[in-house]
Design a protein around this ligand. Structure first.
Ligand code: URA
Length: 441
């Protein structure tokens, strides 16, 4: 087999065989195929696309490029969740404890943020002492004992995805359905999940900017999961504005704690309840989503979700007093209040730009080696549909560097589109995709 012939075949729109796909993924991961050929191959996929069977094969090649976790020593259905990436997305910190409080084992491996989207592992590291690197035996022991463990992916999990994602990031080949689907589902399969709930984001802060594309992506991932024997459901949610009111690692952890105390923003709370309910339903613990939702709401209202977060933090060496008293968290020194020149209703927010503003402050990584500042971020006081009056506070920036704050302020001001007439808020949940149907809301 020659890489040249495989690139040419895809460039000309033909279907690749399983062996050809495995050859490429294996060869690139081992360093036998150079970046320039892999870049051409990715661009050929970008334009000519892959069909479902090629995408499933690519997913399995990603998963098998490294360790595939065997979670059979954990009792019960292991249900995982994955977000396709958004701004202010701290759902895992809320959903995982809620689901564990319902009695389902949550053995979760999460990633770090890249670009304008944040990652759960960076957020967890805001909690002093929290260890995101448990060895495998301790990981299993904690899930069996507390029903929950949240760790970073092991070094040898989906190495193919790590290399290919880094190349996609610099060759304008991120936003392709087959490449995103195989990247996400490869990680989920390698992480040993029996059932999977996908939080597919749609809008200006997401990779999928419109609902039809997001449904195609969701459908592709649900079909891959189903073909590989995992009960998979996708919840499509709005990313035309940040989720909740905080963006930035420590600020998001505080917001997650407040949400588990019942004092969080309503959009964040509702999405977390839905995702947790679909996880309980996907694991077949309840036979209807409504029953699953009631159980999750009960665990939120009676404080068992918050208690589970405390158990998680304590079991992984974190200082629980920060969960009990979030005012102990250290936030960046400089506080800058942003106000707009015009008044009116917020019609649109460029959410990717808001994520970039947070990244410039240091909350995210421009490249995978960037060092992040956990204490910086944004508090968003005005979102889509809100009325802004003269001199009203729109965003508070928390930063540690005047130059970066200035740049972030400029970006934030341009991210708002203001109009004179009232604008109704978009629905938070836009669609549900299962193996048999697509429900649009
Ligand atoms: N998230 C992933 O894990 N992979 C992608 O390709 C895009 C979002």
């Amino acid at each position: 087999m020659r890489m040249y012939d495989i690139i040419q075949k895809k460039r000309d729109g033909y279907e690749l065989s399983d062996d050809e796909i495995k050859y490429v993924v294996d060869g690139y991961t081992k360093g036998n195929i150079p970046d320039y050929q892999m870049s051409a191959f990715l661009m050929a996929i970008y334009f000519m696309k892959m069909n479902s069977s090629e995408t499933t094969c690519l997913t399995m090649a990603m998963a098998s490029s490294g360790d595939i976790l065997d979670l059979s020593c954990i009792e019960g259905v292991k249900v995982d969740k994955h977000s396709s990436g958004g701004v202010g997305d701290k759902t895992t910190l809320i959903v995982a404890p809620l689901v564990a409080a319902c009695g389902l084992p949550v053995a979760k491996m999460s990633g770090r943020g890249l670009g304008h989207t944040g990652g759960t592992i960076d957020k967890l590291e805001s909690i002093p002492g929290f260890n995101v690197k448990l060895d495998f035996d301790k990981f299993i022991e904690n899930v069996n004992k507390y029903k929950i463990a949240l760790v970073s992916q092991t070094a040898n999990m989906t190495p193919a995805d790590k290399k290919i994602y880094a190349l996609r990031d610099v060759t304008a080949t991120i936003d392709n359905i087959s490449l995103i689907a195989s990247s996400i589902m490869g990680k989920k399969i390698a992480a040993g999940a029996d059932a999977i709930v996908l939080d597919v984001k749609v809008g200006s802060g997401a990779f999928m900017k419109n609902l039809d594309d997001a449904i195609c992506l969701a459908n592709e991932m649900v079909q891959i999961g189903t073909r590989l024997g995992r009960n998979t459901i996708a919840v499509l949610s709005d990313m035309d504005q940040p989720l909740g009111v905080s963006v930035g690692n420590t600020l998001e952890v505080i917001e997650a704690i407040e949400t588990l105390k019942g004092k969080g923003p309503k959009d964040l709370e509702s999405l977390c309840i839905e995702l947790a309910a679909y996880m309980v339903f996907a694991a077949k613990m309840k036979s209807t989503v409504a029953d699953a939702r009631n159980l999750v709401v009960q665990k939120l209202e009676n404080g068992e979700g918050l208690q589970k977060l405390k158990e998680l933090v304590s079991a992984q060496g974190g200082d629980v007093s920060f969960v009990e008293n979030p005012e102990k968290f250290e936030i960046a020194n400089i506080k800058k209040e942003v106000r707009l020149d015009n008044i009116g209703y917020v019609h649109k927010m460029d959410t990717e730009a808001i994520g970039k503003a947070a990244m410039i402050l240091g909350a995210g990584r421009e490249t995978k080696d960037s060092i992040i500042d956990l204490s910086v971020g944004l508090m968003i006081h005005k979102k889509t549909g809100n009325l802004i009056l003269r001199d009203e506070l729109v965003v508070t920036i928390y930063g540690n560097d005047d130059e970066k704050i200035k740049k972030a302020e400029e970006i934030i001001k341009n991210a708002y589109t203001i109009g004179n007439v009232e604008k109704y808020k978009e629905k938070l949940i836009k669609a549900i995709v299962t193996k048999t149907e697509v429900l649009r809301y």
